[in-house]
Design a protein around this ligand. Structure first.
Ligand code: PLP
Length: 444
């Protein structure tokens, strides 16, 4: 090969080339059909090839595609900010638009630090995060991420942020039972804040449902209300990283809405455009922005393409599509249907340890021994073996880390477009069943 776009992380073997997509299906240039049960990277929330998004794209391009954010705002950017405010019941009235989830979490980090600086508390600059978390691949975002495989090459230049245990009930870090644990994992945040000193802590960041670093780990119901209580007690901002979960992935607009918890800052990405354009955001409440408005009046952040009108118009069209088609409600219903079928399927295979998640963000953790929850031996890449077999069966799955050390576990995420219908879910299950049966044969 004389040239390559270098997009594939593993530079060996054949790499299928995509031709087009429609709904939940993608087609490669050999006309092979894939049911996209991963939505790419949990992104293609309204499915592929939606014509009205292409129309919005063209209309905006005719109007204006680019202005520099320090010179102009645009109708598209303002309309998108208004839409997000309306979709969050006017709780998040301030949006800072960037281009990727990593930039969004870095922006949230910087806004949190700036918030305290402008309140005259410059020492409040540490961010607490959890092991088994993923907040992005750029260095600030990776510093906050408890994802050993993605950190290990760069640890020398990362901050050592992750400090707190995850609410991983399948393998409780404290060996406790969910019914009687007293939420020891949430209490761990309080210990960390006290250890570091509340005067030094700007914010706590967490994914409402842990994605890539844990395969759809949803916490016990009391967890986030307790986290919010602790954050308020010690004047620590709570940042919810909803890059993966926001805009309906878990069956509600925000995953935090499941627990009635209101973060101070939320990050969005992925589903915010459904993959139709690169765009992400850090959005915040009045309380967060006030000291900045009363102080320097300028957020120290942003990129050349921040609030790009083209991207804002496309994102707006996607959000309107979500509302117009009642996609959040559909995702909630589809999530229950898919989960029931997955639970039934799981009971047939000894290598399935846990099925978990919320809405259409569902994780499956694989084990060698169900009872002992023993992982497969190191060196056998079970996750990629299953993902490879699934692709052969025309089914796309998303890999995830699992295990308390974030390394020894094997897991996948199933996260089809939120628009998936009953018939397509049944087709997904058929292809998954073939995949699991073929994998079971390799274990004999
Ligand atoms: N935050 C979460 C929760 C994510 O799942 C991801 C990506 O998987 C990111 C941040 C980083 O987003 P991006 O890959 O768009 O930089």
């Amino acid at each position: 090969m004389k040239h390559s776009s270098l997009i594939k992380p593993v530079l060996d073997g054949e790499y299928p080339m995509i031709s087009h997509g429609k709904g939940v299906y993608l087609y490669d240039t050999d006309e092979k059909e894939y049911l996209d049960a991963a939505s790419g990277a949990v992104t293609a929330n309204i499915g592929h090839g939606v014509e009205e998004i292409a129309t919005a794209m063209v209309e905006q391009a005719k109007q204006v595609s680019f202005v520099y954010r320090s010179q102009f705002t645009s109708e598209a950017a303002e309309a998108l900010a208004s839409k997000i405010a309306a979709m969050t019941d006017d709780r998040y009235t301030w949006s800072f638009f960037v281009n990727s989830g990593s930039e969004a979490t870095e922006t949230a980090l910087k806004i949190a630090i700036q918030h305290w600086q402008e309140k005259g508390k410059p020492k409040k600059n540490r961010i607490i995060s959890r092991w088994m978390s993923y907040h992005g691949i750029t260095l600030g975002a990776l510093s906050m991420s408890g994802h050993p495989l993605r950190r290990e090459r760069f640890t020398a230049i990362l901050e050592s942020y992750p400090a707190v245990s995850p609410p991983y009930c399948y393998r409780c870090p404290y060996n406790l039972e969910e019914t009687s644990c007293g939420l020891a994992c949430a209490a761990d945040l309080e210990s960390a804040i006290r250890r570091i000193g509340p005067d030094n802590v700007a914010a706590f960041i967490a994914e409402p449902v842990i994605g890539a670093a844990g395969a759809a780990i949803a916490p016990p119901d009391g967890y986030f209300p307790e986290i919010k209580r602790i954050c308020e007690k010690y004047e620590v901002l709570f940042i919810a990283d909803e890059v993966m979960t926001g805009f309906g992935r878990t069956g509600k607009m925000l995953a935090c809405d499941h627990w009635g918890v209101e973060p101070d800052i939320i990050t969005f990405g992925k589903g915010m455009s459904g993959g139709y354009t690169p765009i992400a955001a850090a959005v915040m409440t009045d309380k967060v922005i006030e000291p900045i408005l009363n102080g320097s009046k300028s957020i120290m952040g942003g990129h050349t393409f921040s609030a790009n009108p083209q991207s804002c118009a496309v994102s707006l069209a996607v959000l309107e599509y979500l509302e117009k088609n009642g996609i959040f409600e559909k995702a909630a219903t589809a999530g229950v249907y898919l989960r029931n079928l997955l639970d039934k399927l799981a009971s047939r295979y000894s290598f399935i340890g846990d099925v978990r998640g919320k809405g259409l963000l569902i994780g499956i953790e694989f084990v060698k021994d169900q009872k002992a929850k023993e992982p497969f031996p190191a060196g056998i890449d079970i996750t990629n073996k299953i993902i490879g077999l699934a692709a052969d069966n025309g089914l796309l799955l998303y890999p995830a880390a699992a295990g308390l050390d974030g390394v020894t576990g094997a897991a996948i995420i199933i996260s089809p477009p939120l628009s998936i219908n009953k018939r397509e879910i049944e087709e997904l299950i058929r292809r998954l069943k073939n995949t699991f049966s073929q994998f079971a044969e390799t274990l004999l």
